[in-house]
Design a protein around this ligand. Structure first.
Ligand SMILES: Cc1cc2nc3c(=O)[nH]c(=O)nc-3n(C[C@H](O)[C@H](O)[C@H](O)COP(=O)(O)OP(=O)(O)OC[C@H]3O[C@@H](n4cnc5c(N)ncnc54)[C@H](O)[C@@H]3O)c2cc1C
Length: 377
């Protein structure tokens, strides 16, 4: 379908999806206004492990968009002179929980079949491919090393994307409070800020991370969500040679721009307590154990000092796969809601901008339409 190009698109949410789509629209000379509740990158994008990958046994469409996502980050890396500060393709290392009898041999075979760059490395080669890792911490069977993977500091990228939006004539409205799409006569016509200011436009992109399903529900549209509470622990700078992203049975780790480490894990995420008032409480013992798990896998077992915790809900659709594109029931309204938004941030923004500007849907997005959650009539 082709539509008249919107003259003004209002984007709600200053995370990676919102800013990426805003910059792409601005590059097409579409006027954009980005509205966000607090500072840019104050949501999931500011507390993400941000491991760039297409690992695991994903269905083919999800694998394809993740690979395209990595491709766009590589292009970004070659076009931004100081990108190495916040975006690195230093590979990913993953090993199984042998105490639980797990093995990564099947996953390795799948990755190789798909053409994903995967190498099987024994403990004797760990120091060569992933300096800074203690080989003794690695499973006896060895590990998968994916040299094409990397990590990104999303707040650095979001700041650059927002600068680009402004330099191309767009506007960025931070600290607008809890804002909502305005729907009139069944059509999205802008965004109303917490203070009642109305930003009117011809199309609205809802990119409010874990808040997307609740905001759509207010409009009578249900998309399934299973966004869990999550946290990432950030350490002070650490003296370690580690620059490979690690995905180990009890902790996942990457470097940070200031020379520290960022880490999370499934078990620590499940230990978060949700209090009656809805606030999240992370027991000290959980943080201490997470830091210990990280220390254990690092060569020399350096002391790790907690610098800060980033906590909040992780955007995850109910079926685990992205939700991108037009809301059929509300003309003019579009949505971006997904986990792995670090990996997909640039490609999703690019393809959503194409859809909003032209009405045509990339085949890469066709498996991820919001309409799949609609109940059959
Ligand atoms: C712990 C954790 C680990 C992760 N690890 C990885 C990983 O290894 N690899 C990977 O690819 N991805 C990972 N992700 C996922 C990735 O970080 C997210 O998918 C991505 O950041 C989502 O971006 P977003 O723009 O949708 O949302 P957000 O970054 O949450 O941005 C939404 C913005 O909207 C604003 N907002 C919300 N509601 C309103 C409102 N009503 N009015 C105005 N503004 C509003 C928020 O303040 C926020 O700034 C991880 C996420 C978490 C939390």
């Amino acid at each position: 379908m082709t539509v008249a190009e919107p003259a003004h698109v209002v984007i709600l949410g200053g995370g990676i999806f919102g800013t990426s789509a805003a910059a792409q629209l601005a590059r097409k000379d579409v006027r954009v206004t980005l509205v966000t509740e607090s500072a840019l990158a104050s949501g999931a994008s500011g507390r993400s492990l941000a491991w760039l990958n297409a690992a695991w046994n994903w269905p083919a469409p999800y694998f394809a968009i993740r690979m395209a996502g990595i491709d766009r980050w590589r292009t970004w890396a070659t076009r931004h002179a100081d990108a190495a500060r916040y975006l690195r393709f230093t590979g990913g290392l993953m090993w199984a929980d042998e105490a639980d009898g797990e093995s990564l041999r099947d996953l390795f075979a799948t990755e190789r079949e798909r053409g994903y760059d995967a190498q099987w490395v024994g403990r004797d080669r760990i120091a060569e491919v992933a300096p800074g890792v203690d080989p003794a911490a690695v499973a006896e069977e060895g590990a998968i090393f994916n040299p094409g993977e990397g990590w990104v500091d999303l707040p650095s990228v979001i700041a650059l994307l927002a600068e680009e939006v402004v330099s191309r004539g767009g506007s960025v409205l931070e600290r607008a409070g809890t804002s909502r799409p305005i729907v009139e006569h069944g059509r999205a016509v802008g965004v109303r800020t917490a203070g009642g200011e109305e930003v009117r436009g011809d199309a609205v992109l809802l990119a409010t991370g874990p808040s997307v399903p609740g905001q759509l529900s207010e409009l009578g549209i249900e998309i399934g969500t299973s966004s869990p509470p999550a946290f990432v622990a950030f350490t002070a700078p650490v003296d370690t040679a580690l620059d490979t992203t690690l995905n180990t049975p009890h902790v996942a780790i990457r470097r940070t721009v200031d020379g520290g480490l960022a880490m999370d894990s499934g078990w620590s995420e499940r230990s978060i307590e949700v209090r009656e008032d809805g606030s999240l409480h992370i027991p000290d013992a959980v943080v201490t154990r997470l830091l210990d798990e990280a220390r254990r896998v690092l060569a020399g077992h350096p002391h790790l000092q907690l610098a800060r915790i980033g906590s909040g809900y992780k955007p995850v659709p109910a079926d685990g796969e992205p939700v991108y594109g037009r809301i059929d029931e509300v003309p003019g309204l579009y949505v971006a809601f997904s986990h792995s938004g670090a990996t997909q941030g640039l490609i999703a923004g690019e393809l959503l901008a194409d859809e909003i500007a032209t009405g045509s849907v990339s085949p890469l997005l066709s498996a991820f339409r919001p309409g799949r959650f609609a109940s059959p009539a």
